[in-house]
Design a protein around this ligand. Structure first.
Ligand code: PLP
Length: 223
């Protein structure tokens, strides 16, 4: 199946209420152009420099999503154009994004990445850090718009584990929506689900899935 076949298969499967982020990390410009020509406008990348060179090479109506761990000294490269940052995993990073957004005269949309997996390797905030950030830090950051949460489940064959982690994230999302951010109509996005677990994620309340290998084929190296 071609990239455009894969995309249209996904589009018809997931319906209109779920946003498909085409995760194009490590893939060449030609592959992204093929997806673009098939109508895809939302792309996810995990490295600031790679995303920036793709941004420069491709049409300007693409929405670029940063989905990978972001170092503070790289924020400046993407601040002028990034459409959504999924991977906000610390207060220091959020403050840096606010600073660079202000320099660019922008308000940058962000998701907080929540640690839900039972794995040491995944980045993210825990629930206590998240609530503290929402109550004590966010109100002062005028150039950040917090639009939702993101999470990655444990990489396992055990669907029950994955389901429990997704449900946990959905509960936190709902809790924040009805408490800390009840007056913010923009807090709407729950980014969870990848090639291997997206349908489970949608059944647990996801409205944004990040699909890489199932659209573009497997990557040569893992990251
Ligand atoms: C690579 C990546 C994806 C996509 O993974 P696939 O299994 O190829 O669909 C999704 N989310 C994040 C954060 C990633 O780094």
């Amino acid at each position: 199946m071609s990239i455009s076949d894969n995309l249209s298969a996904y589009k018809s499967q997931i319906g209109e209420n779920v946003t498909l982020v085409a995760v194009s990390k490590t893939k060449p410009i030609e592959d992204l152009q093929e997806a673009y020509d098939a109508g895809q406008r939302v792309f996810g990348e995990n490295k600031a420099q790679e995303m920036t060179s793709k941004y420069e090479a491709l049409p300007k109506d693409i929405q670029w999503h940063m989905i990978g761990h972001l170092q503070r000294n790289k924020v400046k490269y993407i601040a002028p154009y990034v459409s959504l940052i999924h991977s906000v995993d610390s207060v220091r990073l959020l403050k840096e994004i606010d600073k660079e957004a202000k320099k660019n005269n922008r308000i940058i949309d962000c998701l907080l990445q929540i640690y839900i997996a039972k794995e040491e390797s995944k980045f993210g905030l825990d629930e206590i850090e998240t609530i503290d950030l929402l109550e004590n830090i966010l109100p002062d950051l005028k150039n950040i718009q917090l639009v939702g949460l993101m999470g990655m489940a444990t990489n396992t064959e055990n669907n029950k584990t994955i389901e429990n982690e997704f449900k946990e994230l959905y509960e936190l999302f709902k809790y924040i929506k009805t408490n800390q951010l009840k007056t913010s109509s923009n807090f709407q996005i729950l980014s969870m689900g990848m090639s291997g677990d997206y349908s489970l994620a949608i059944s647990c309340g996801s409205n944004m899935i990040r699909i890489g290998s199932a659209i573009f084929g497997s990557r040569n190296y893992t990251n």
